[in-house]
Design a protein around this ligand. Structure first.
Ligand code: AN7
Length: 351
């Protein structure tokens, strides 16, 4: 069956749009992968699923919201769009804007965005502005720009982004035929956890599911404003995607946590990198470091026997590992150099 994209698949749950305004790269319908080797490793009597959002067209979950935000911009006659980004929003916005024929500006924190994401943004013909500053400052600036200029803001403060992103929760329920007991996510600007919670609640209120999941979110220890309940002025983490000190959807994320009876906790960079490597080596699933925060959090909670027997846990893996090749190479054993000689190669292989 052809993947028609998020808007056409879930149109009845989304704001109205004219057909001719729809801009899609056939995002969504990503795999929900059972992680049996990870379950065994955890010694957990739980079913763990990975929602592999790295398989969206630009390699992250942002495409779900971007198809909606860019289509709405087209519907409303916009000529240009702008966003601040730690990388993935920029990669997605530039691709969808290119497809729509819209001008696109992206502001990214210089030196703090993974190479793959920068490459994507540069390829799609957008104006890429690197600022000497943090994501939080970039977001403040683009908000000011869009108050004064006729440019549409496509960060997740644009409500259509959340509308599109909630489709991931629908897909999980459609596939499992129920909602998981727990849904684990990395939390950065806090739009995605809010979007999933909105999706689950809508399915609950239309009787598509009989129970709601507990939302469990994870921030990086050095960049955990929601956990610490205060803005972080100098956020630090190797997971550059979630290096955010003052999340735009802070209040919505706290509501998702509290209404669902879940939690938002911190995981260290070491815990993130450990989960990142485990996913690749145990499950064959390559995600970017920030994405692994969801699994790092599940590992941490599992150690303190947080999950009851036979729970179903879904972990969203928000972005593809190829986004950040430098981190992957840094985190792995180096390849062995050998001459093109059979005997020497067999010797190196230990055979
Ligand atoms: C891989 O691209 O904020 O909590 O500007 O790229 O919804 O912000 C990215 C965020 C998790 C956090 N995982 O999601 C941006 C940006 C990855 C991400 C998050 C991001 P939110």
């Amino acid at each position: 069956m052809q993947n028609v994209g998020v808007i056409q698949r879930y149109r009845e749950y989304l704001p109205a749009l004219r057909d001719e305004s729809i801009i899609t790269l056939h995002e969504g319908s990503t795999p929900l992968i059972r992680a049996k080797r990870l379950e065994k490793y955890l010694n957990a009597n739980a079913a763990i699923y990975l929602k592999y959002e790295g398989l969206n067209p630009t390699g992250s979950f942002k495409d779900r919201g971007m198809t909606m935000a860019i289509s709405k911009a087209v519907d409303e006659g916009a000529k240009a769009v702008i966003c601040a980004s730690t990388g993935n929003t920029a990669a997605s916005a530039t691709a969808y804007a290119a497809r729509a024929g819209l001008r696109c500006y992206v502001l990214v924190p210089k030196g703090n965005i993974a190479m793959g994401k920068l490459a994507q943004s540069m390829m799609h013909g957008a104006q890429v502005l690197q600022i000497d500053g943090l994501f939080d400052e970039a977001l403040e600036i683009v908000r000011k720009i869009t108050e004064e200029q006729k440019i549409t803001l496509v960060n997740s403060v644009n409500p259509y982004r959340i509308e599109g992103q909630k489709s991931a929760a629908f897909e999980i329920c459609d596939e499992l035929k129920y909602a998981p007991d727990f849904h684990a996510l990395p939390v950065g600007n806090a739009g995605n956890i809010s979007a999933y919670w909105k999706g689950y609640r809508e399915y609950f209120s239309t009787d598509k599911i009989k129970a709601l999941p507990k939302m469990i979110g994870f921030q990086a220890e050095g960049s955990a404003p929601i956990v610490k309940n205060r803005q972080i002025d100098n956020p630090k983490t190797i997971a550059t995607a979630i290096k955010i000190g003052n999340p735009a959807s802070w209040r919505m994320a706290v509501a998702a946590r509290d209404e669902s009876g879940g939690l938002i906790e911190a995981v260290t960079d070491d815990e993130i990198l450990h989960a990142y490597q485990l996913l690749a080596s145990l499950e064959g699933v390559f995600c970017e470091p920030a994405s692994a925060a969801s699994v790092a959090g599940v590992l941490k909670l599992n150690k303190r026997k947080f999950f009851s027997n036979s729970s179903t846990i879904v972990c969203t893996l928000t972005g593809h590992g190829l986004k950040d090749p430098e981190r992957a190479i840094e985190s792995s054993d180096k390849p062995i150099s050998v001459p093109a000689d059979l005997t020497k190669i067999l010797d190196a292989m230990g055979l």
